[in-house]
Ligand binder design. Sequence first.
Ligand code: AMP
Ligand code: ZN
Ligand code: FE
Ligand code: FE
Length: 299
Amino acid sequence: MDCNRDAKVDLHVHSTASDGTLPPLQILRRAVALGLKAIAITDHDTVAGARDVAAAGVPPSMRFFTGIEISAAPPPGYPCRGSFHVLGYGIRLDDPLLEDALAVLQTARRERNPGMISRLRELGMDISMAELAAEAGDGQIGRPHIARCMMNKGYVETFDEAFDRFIGAGKPAYVDKYRISCERAIHLIRHAGGVAVLAHPGLLRPAGSPSFDDLIRGLTAMGLGGIEVYYPEHTPEQTALYRSTAERFGLVMTGGTDYHGDIKPGIELGIGDGTFSVPEFVYEKLAERCGAAGGISER
Ligand code: AMP
Ligand code: ZN
Ligand code: FE
Ligand code: FE
């Protein structure tokens, strides 16, 4: 793949602490090798990966933001079929309120897995909890690990096929998990000193055609600080819309690849499919919003 020289920032990255395949310190090493100026580790409902990087320290050339991606329930006026995720940046990793809430979400994730495995077994797929656990290693199990097990056993050919036919929202082996409200997610992030950002609005898939402005107005009143404008799956039109919405509401713009390592082929750290990049001003503005305490920039 051609190296995208513009790629300097990646603020949406999953590590082995959740459903990525690269350990946190290897992500850091790769980011340094790529010459990225800023990264964040944003694992699903856990800060274990961000904690590893913070403990190891970051070279002075790199701005590291602590991060989280919380799966939340959308506001009642904006029902969604897609992924309603709230990113948090510059959070304190030892905030007790956040830690307690994440423990509850981690339990909800654990409780969901046997349900999905039993649905797959009912559909004739011989996949066990032990195989799933082996696929996830020390990290928290997520649907991408289930997709990988299905591929290993030849029940599907591709990752996307697993989601499209079986484990995507509303598909036969999908089991929903407990979510906190978006208001609570935003509050937890702010309480931990962080900036709350609506993740990949292009993936929300709202039911009907509710007003995106109304959604952002409501979330901003709850304390939202930003919108993830730059995302590999956003069309140029979506990017322009989210950008102008962020400007009108005085929100920061963020962006990242949603890198998951080998488990999500075709998405590389910093460059996505090779054509993607996040403008540098994004991390500078986010750093201003996070303040001196947010993120860690030096060893
Ligand atoms: P989980 O939080 O365990 O339900 O899994 C969420 C992860 O699954 C996301 O971060 C994506 O990587 C992946 N994912 C969710 N929906 C899809 C989809 N329709 N196609 C491909 N990957 C998906
Ligand atoms: Zn994921
Ligand atoms: Fe997400
Ligand atoms: Fe993500």
